[in-house]
Structures are given as structure tokens and as C-alpha cells.
Design a protein around this ligand. Structure first.
Ligand SMILES: C[S@@+](CC[C@H](N)C(=O)[O-])C[C@H]1O[C@@H](n2cnc3c(N)ncnc32)[C@H](O)[C@@H]1O
Length: 366
């Protein structure tokens, strides 16, 4: 009488069938980390880390941030597990980690990095559309102005800026320099920090006009009177001449021979060229599939992207780039990423296995 045509639950596990554990393991890894990220961004928006610069009870925190106790208790306990808060005698307080990086008044506040990661998620949400219709068209200036430059500025202050500036300022030619051009200098932090290492140095940050607001804000905050912003397109506008130093860090087209020629022409003989990029060796394929996929989510109208992360059409391979430089410059140093770069964030902006080259323009081409 219980016979039915409805499908029944398979209570026997087929020995040869793959268990779902491997798949559920992937779900687990992805979903837990995503939820932790959501918890951190919500806390940031609600001012929870700002409030917990002072020790507060759960009730005190709820009152200060206008939030409700049951969920907030789970949130702050989770943050204790993650090392972002500690609880003593019933009071919650920031750990040194969150105090330094998650409090809005801190000079090392990383909110812009988190916003940029979220912007990346908004593109990922449209992956199916991208797979069907191709990349999302983004205005090149808007792409950089829309959070990436702010994010890079926040990120490099955590170590990359200091290590880069230390390496450049140790080069004897840098100490003799009077002028520096930071091409695609964005936020301006490299120009500002380098000018602080040489009191005679005047620096120019050259970037798209839309970036001026950010660069000038950063310059004002650092009282950088020897640094100015010049708006322009580095492929088509005049770069000036006889610069003592040209600095080029992570620029679209930064591995393109046409730009290298423009840089060479704009430097004085004996001038210093410092360039920092992610290079691909001849024949090298993907460095990171996830970031390749992220790279393919959007397309600019300027230099066109090639198929792997940080690859642009017209880029030279690492070997060809080094050979070209060696013909026109004396290479003083090649630094590997570990010597100057920060922690990866699994987003566009990661340094990966980049290299920094310090080279001096030859007085005569050999
Ligand atoms: C990835 S960011 C690097 C910013 C900074 N140099 C650093 O390393 O943190 C690239 C910068 O190059 C600028 N840029 C890209 N294409 C440019 C062009 N054609 N002319 C001028 N600036 C450009 C962007 O606006 C952005 O500020």
C-alpha cells in the first residue's frame, strides 16, 4: 500500500560515486571567508572599530553605534576569534591590528582597500553577463579614479612605499637629483616620499586630470610644497625634458617600447629611471587564473588589456624589456617583489612577482 511512483531517497551510498565532501569543502572555504569579509565591512560602516578605541561593554557599544545586542554579540565575539578585538572583564576593545588599520582616523586606515575589494565583487556579480557578452566597458580614467588609486595609496603605506623609497634613495644618482617625474603617479605618495629623502628635489606627479583631486588632497595632507600635479596622458602629451629621475610604477603600457622611448627622451643623460611592474617571461602563461578572470571582467578604452592579469597588448616580455633597457641604460639593480612589495589581497592591485629595475640613462648609445 506504500508503493508510489515518486522518486525515493537513495539511502545507499554508491562506493564508486564521488563523495560531496570535495565540493562542500570548496563551498565552505569560499563562503566562510566571504562572510568574514561582509562582517568586517559592516562593522566599518557602523563605526564599530572607531567606537572600540575605548573599552566598551556590549551594551555600551550598542548604544554608541545604534546596533542591537543579539547579533552584535556574535559579531564582536567573531572579531575576537579573528584577532580584531579582545574582550577583558566584559569590555571589548580594538587589538593593535584593528586600531592601526581599521579606525578611520588612523593614517594607515585600510577602508579604501576594502571598498575596492567590494567594487571587485560588484563586477564578479556580473560574470555570467561577461561570459556571454564580453567585458564590462569602463572609462579608463574612471577605473583608476573610482577607488583603485585610493586603495593603492592606503595599501602602499603599509610597507611597499617605505621599501621602494629606501631602495631608490640609496642610489647615488638619486641624491644628486633635482627633478623627478612620477609618471602615472596617481595618489602622489611616491613623489612625496622621494622628495622627503632629498631636500633639493622638486617632483611632478603626472596623471589623468581626474586624479588631480586625490593627488592634491594627499599633497596637502603631507605639506608637500615641492611636489606638483600635471594633468595629461602619458602616451600623447609632452613629458618635458632633462628630468633627473623618472619613476614609473604599475602603469598600463609600462612595458611598451613606445613609452620606454618617450621616457628615454624625457630623461637627461645620466638620469635615473626606476620602473616597477609585473613582467611575463617569454612564453609564460597564466600566473593566477582567478586574477586572470578578474582581469577579463572589464575593459578600458585606453591601452587594451591582453589575456592575463597586468598584460596589455604591445607589452614586451621580461627578456625583451631587459634587453631594450640594456641598450639605452645601465641597469644598476633588479629587485624581486619580496624586497619591496606588500601582502597579496587576491584583487587587481596585487604585486605578484613584480620586479623593480633601477637604471641610469647612458650618455651615448652603444
Ligand atoms: C595602477 S595605478 C599606479 C599608481 C601608482 N603609480 C602606484 O604604483 O601606486 C596606474 C596609474 O596610472 C595612471 N594612468 C594610466 N594610464 C595613464 C595615461 N595614459 N596617462 C596618464 N596616467 C595614466 C592611472 O590614472 C593611475 O593613477
Amino acid at each position: 500500500m506504500f508503493a508510489t511512483d515518486e522518486p525515493t531517497i537513495d539511502t545507499k551510498h554508491e562506493a564508486e560515486a564521488p563523495g560531496a565532501d570535495a565540493l562542500h569543502g570548496l563551498f565552505y572555504r569560499a563562503s566562510r571567508h566571504y562572510k568574514e569579509f561582509c562582517a568586517m565591512t559592516a562593522a566599518l560602516r557602523l563605526g564599530i572599530f572607531d567606537a572600540l578605541e575605548e573599552p566598551l561593554t556590549l551594551a555600551g557599544l550598542c548604544e554608541a553605534c545604534k546596533v542591537m545586542p543579539p547579533a552584535t554579540e556574535h559579531l564582536v565575539e567573531l572579531f575576537c576569534e579573528l584577532g580584531l578585538l579582545h574582550r577583558r572583564d566584559g569590555m571589548y576593545r580594538n587589538t593593535p591590528l584593528s586600531s592601526l588599520y581599521l579606525v578611520t582616523s588612523s593614517p594607515l586606515f585600510q577602508g579604501a582597500v576594502m571598498r575596492d575589494i567590494q567594487y571587485g565583487f560588484s563586477l564578479w556579480d556580473r560574470l555570467d553577463q561577461v561570459l556571454r557578452q564580453g567585458p564590462i566597458a569602463v572609462e579608463e580614467e574612471a577605473f583608476f579614479e573610482n577607488g583603485l588609486v585610493d586603495s593603492l595609496a592606503a595599501e602602499i603605506l603599509c610597507g611597499e612605499l617605505q621599501k621602494t623609497v629606501e631602495a631608490v634613495s640609496a642610489v647615488p644618482a638619486f641624491q644628486q637629483a633635482r627633478s623627478l617625474l612620477d609618471l602615472g603617479g596617481g595618489h602622489g605618495l611616491y613623489a612625496i616620499a622621494l622628495s622627503q629623502m632629498n631636500p633639493e628635489l622638486k617632483a611632478t606627479v603626472f596623471d589623468f586630470p581626474d586624479i588631480a583631486r586625490k593627488a592634491e588632497e594627499v599633497m596637502a595632507a603631507h605639506g608637500a610644497h615641492r611636489v606638483r600635479f600635471v594633468p595629461g596622458n602619458l602616451f600623447t602629451d609632452d613629458l618635458g625634458s632633462d628630468h633627473d629621475v623618472i619613476f614609473l610604477s604599475y602603469n598600463p603600457g609600462g612595458k611598451n617600447p613606445a613609452l620606454l622611448k618617450r621616457i628615454h627622451d624625457a630623461l637627461k643623460p645620466g638620469g635615473l629611471f626606476v620602473t616597477k611592474h609585473v613582467y611575463y617571461k617569454k612564453g609564460e602563461g597564466s600566473k593566477d587564473r582567478l586574477l586572470d578572470l578578474e582581469w577579463s571582467l572589464s575593459a578600458f578604452n585606453g591601452v587594451s588589456k591582453d589575456s592575463n592579469i597586468y598584460r596589455f597588448s604591445g607589452d614586451l616580455s621580461w627578456e625583451a624589456h631587459r634587453d631594450l633597457l640594456e641598450r639605452h641604460f645601465t641597469i644598476e639593480q633588479i629587485l624581486e617583489a619580496d624586497a619591496f612589495s606588500g601582502h597579496p589581497l587576491a584583487k587587481f592591485g596585487d604585486r605578484m612577482d613584480s620586479k623593480m629595475i633601477v637604471a641610469v640613462k647612458k650618455r651615448q648609445v652603444s
